[in-house]
Write a protein that binds this ligand. Structure first.
Ligand code: NAP
Length: 304
């Protein structure tokens, strides 16, 4: 049985895509989850499918745990689950940004911990519907030594979903590449309350993007990543913003819905790296603060 922790948009995409009867959602600590999770799943081609996923019962054997909580909820959510999971059960982390994956790998060093970077897009317009808005690619790689032997078999197992899954030998670099894009698009869309493509012509973006890319380039070099020129990073960010011009970023959606954003694991993570390395990050800091000001009543804490 593949257990899925986090019955949100991405968790339901996996549950709907993997073969029926092979998945179960992990209930929150202290909750039993009696009736199954029923929802309508709309595929990228518009097809509709009724899906019913049971909650995992205490003692059910788990061969693999997919973690699809938000980055800020992950350690808390995993704490009770890890206590009951056999030490050799692999755990695949699907969170955006960086920081939460390393925190989990450090906290449970003996467990096989893997991370995934995915460009799949799923959203939940209401409690009973999940829309697979865009097909993408998913890369999976080991976050620690214990996970190395599991990468190939897990890629094969998850490929039974029909989603496009690849083995990644350097998952940290893959996560960094996505972090660059998220750091250069998401906070601007949330602050300006606009679609991805609209940031490109805004004065606020134009004033800050070069300094932001210089900060990120310096942080990447200081953290063992390929040294990229800031102009190259800017080009990468703008290509994605143009290709997804009409999309709404998750950070903008979260802000509009009054939900906690993942800013602490995107620009906020870069600020923390800057403090550790003695590299000033005034633009990342300003963007992090401004995004937090959009939801002043929500406490956002880095997860580890
Ligand atoms: N959606 C996508 O297309 C997509 C694509 C790439 C990456 N990601 C990343 O995947 C992660 C999940 O995204 P999402 O869009 O699926 O978010 P989401 O819809 O908010 O789903 C997160 C789920 O986790 C549940 N949860 C929170 N704390 C929990 C706990 N302690 N125990 C059990 N469940 C708990 C939430 O329950 P409640 O609803 O009750 O709060 C929610 O159902 C994020 O890091 C996101 O950046 C998502």
């Amino acid at each position: 049985m593949i257990a899925i922790l986090g019955a949100g948009a991405l968790g339901r995409l996996w549950a709907a895509s993997l073969p029926a009867g092979e998945t179960a959602f992990v209930p929150r600590a202290g909750a039993s989850g009696n009736s199954p999770v029923d929802f309508q799943f709309q595929g990228p081609d518009g097809s509709i499918q009724d899906v019913s996923v049971p909650w995992q019962a205490l003692g059910d054997p788990v061969s693999l745990l997919l973690v699809t909580t938000k980055a800020g909820d992950t350690q808390n959510a995993l704490t009770s689950v890890m206590a009951t999971l056999p030490g050799n059960t692999p755990v695949v982390l699907f969170q955006n940004g960086l920081g939460s994956q390393q925190a989990v790998a450090q906290r449970w060093p003996g467990h096989p911990v893997l991370a995934a970077s995915t460009t799949e897009g799923a959203n939940r317009p209401d409690a009973g519907t999940v829309i697979h808005a865009g097909s993408g690619q998913t890369w999976i790689g080991a976050m620690n030594e214990a996970a190395q032997p599991y990468v190939g078999p897990i890629v094969q197992q998850l490929a039974t979903s029909g989603l496009s899954i690849h083995r990644e030998s350097d998952i940290l670099s893959r996560l960094w590449q996505k972090l660059v894009i998220n750091a250069g698009i998401n906070p601007f869309t949330a602050i300006l309350n606009c679609a991805n493509g609209e940031i490109l012509t805004s004065e606020f973006y134009q004033q800050n993007i070069d300094s932001l890319c210089s900060e990120i380039a310096a942080l990447m070099a200081a953290n063992g990543q390929t040294k990229e020129r800031p102009q190259v990073l800017r080009q990468q960010i703008e290509t994605v913003a143009e290709n997804t011009a009409r999309n709404t970023s998750s950070m903008r959606s979260d802000t509009l819905a009054g939900r906690k954003t993942e800013i602490d694991f995107i620009n906020g993570y870069l600020v923390r790296l800057g403090i550790d390395a003695g590299i000033p990050t005034p633009v990342n800091q300003m963007l992090t603060e401004q995004v937090k000001l959009l939801s002043p009543n929500i406490q956002e804490q880095p997860d580890g």
